[in-house]
Design a protein around this ligand. Structure first.
Ligand code: NAD
Ligand code: GLY
Length: 369
């Protein structure tokens, strides 16, 4: 089932189009936006092998003049060296102010392409074609772009909104199940911070970690994945439209991310993926909220049960030093005047922001994980 969510911001407005076989219509979607003739397609070797030719054919058929930059796959390549490769390709192919970059891939490719587009010639247009569940429900929407610093996740970046987010749910058929589960972590996040109905619907589902189950009918008109995509993209669009540059509300989208980012960077971005780290971070934040008397223990248990049902971890990876995690929290982008800010649930569907979490509480919670 096709659907469209509109994201209206003061200086830009764009569609999040959820469109089965939409990849084959990429060129038509871009023509409708009257984008310039030259396109730089950025992807990684894995995704390009699956979907590159289809994206290229659609763009060529619609009259675009396309060059490409295919980067190595993996979070460890989300760095300035990869951005340099995109700039080199842009230079060689004379990518101009009127040109467009297209991100075909998961969140890593989306964030890097967006950052390259934000900075090349002081900013050119870009389009997101997310291919992982995580990128479809979260990373491709809202204009946060950037790369990692060796000592901290996403420390280098810019806000730069795409002209279009085109989601083709059918490409999820080739997504490894571990990556599907990673995307479910962000979907569960929306349930906890914003959409109690989405949370309750997921609690009723049996096999949240299996693609076959996600593709099965959910109602007369849609599959479970259609439902999950629509509700999650709507949640993200609602939050971003109210607070584009994270003056307040948008920080709630970082639920679970404070500890997640520390876990990811301390394990060299290679032991747990982003979604798994977010799952661990949500468990920690939930336990902190319960210890501070802000969230009922039964609701924390419902959250943790849903995370486990989605096949996600609820324990810290072995060998991590708790003191190092706590030290690394200081590098979080949400730190203000040296105080770490946590997003803490107060009930399913609602969260609050607190910079009053004592280090002893964080330590105790992490020691129990
Ligand atoms: P990813 O981009 O590394 O993709 C995960 C894996 O799936 C990769 O190996 C990729 O090649 C593969 N893949 C993607 N689509 C596929 C498909 N259809 N078929 C087969 N394989 C496919 O990781 P991710 O989970 O998509 O994104 C994580 C990144 O997103 C992190 O860097 C995170 O910081 C960022 N992020 C950004 C935002 C934001 O608002 N900008 C929000 C959340 C996450
Ligand atoms: N994923 C966090 C945000 O977009 O703000």
């Amino acid at each position: 089932m096709s659907s469209t969510i509109n994201l209206n911001l003061p200086l830009s407005a764009y569609e999040i189009a959820i469109s089965p076989s939409g990849l084959d219509k990429l060129g038509d979607y871009m023509n409708a936006l009257q984008l310039g003739q030259k396109v730089l397609l950025v992807s990684n070797s894995t995704v390009f092998e699956h979907y590159g030719e289809r994206a290229l054919s659609s763009l060529n058929a619609a009259g675009f003049d396309v060059c490409r930059c295919i980067l190595p796959d993996g979070e460890q390549h989300k760095n300035l060296d990869s951005i340099q490769k995109i700039y080199d390709t842009a230079l060689e192919n004379r990518i101009e102010r009127s040109s467009t970059m297209v991100a075909l891939g998961g969140g890593v490719i989306g964030d890097m392409t967006g950052f390259a587009a934000a900075t090349w010639l002081r900013g050119i247009k870009f389009v997101q074609v997310p291919t992982s569940l995580l990128a479809m429900v979260d990373a491709s929407i809202g204009g946060k772009t950037g790369v990692n610093h060796p000592q901290g996740k996403n420390l280098i970046g810019a806000f730069h909104q795409p002209r279009l987010v085109l989601i083709d749910p059918e490409v999820l058929k080739t997504l490894p199940e571990r990556e599907l589960r990673a995307g479910m972590a962000e979907v569960i996040k929306y349930g906890v911070i914003w959409d109690a109905d989405l949370f309750a619907e997921m609690e009723k589902c049996k096999n949240l970690d299996q693609m076959q189950y996600l593709m099965a009918p959910f109602s007369d008109q849609e599959s479970l994945v259609d439902y999950i995509l629509t509700r999650s993209c709507q949640a993200k669009a609602d939050v971003v439209s109210k607070d584009e540059k994270e003056a307040g509300l948008r920080a709630t989208l970082n639920y679970g991310h404070t500890i997640a980012h520390a876990v990811e960077s301390l394990t060299g971005y290679s032991v747990v993926n982003h979604g798994e780290a977010v799952a661990i971070g949500m468990v920690a934040a939930g336990e902190i909220a319960a210890k501070l008397g802000m969230w009922q223990v039964e609701e924390v248990q419902r959250q943790n049960a849903l995370i486990e049902k989605a096949g996600l971890p609820i324990k810290l990876p072995a060998g991590l030093d708790i003191a190092e995690i706590i030290e690394s929290l200081q590098l979080d982008k949400k730190v203000k005047a040296g105080k770490v800010r946590f997003i803490l649930p107060t009930q399913i569907g609602a969260v609050t922001i607190s910079d009053q979490v004592p280090s002893e509480v964080i330590r105790e919670v992490l020691q129990n994980m």
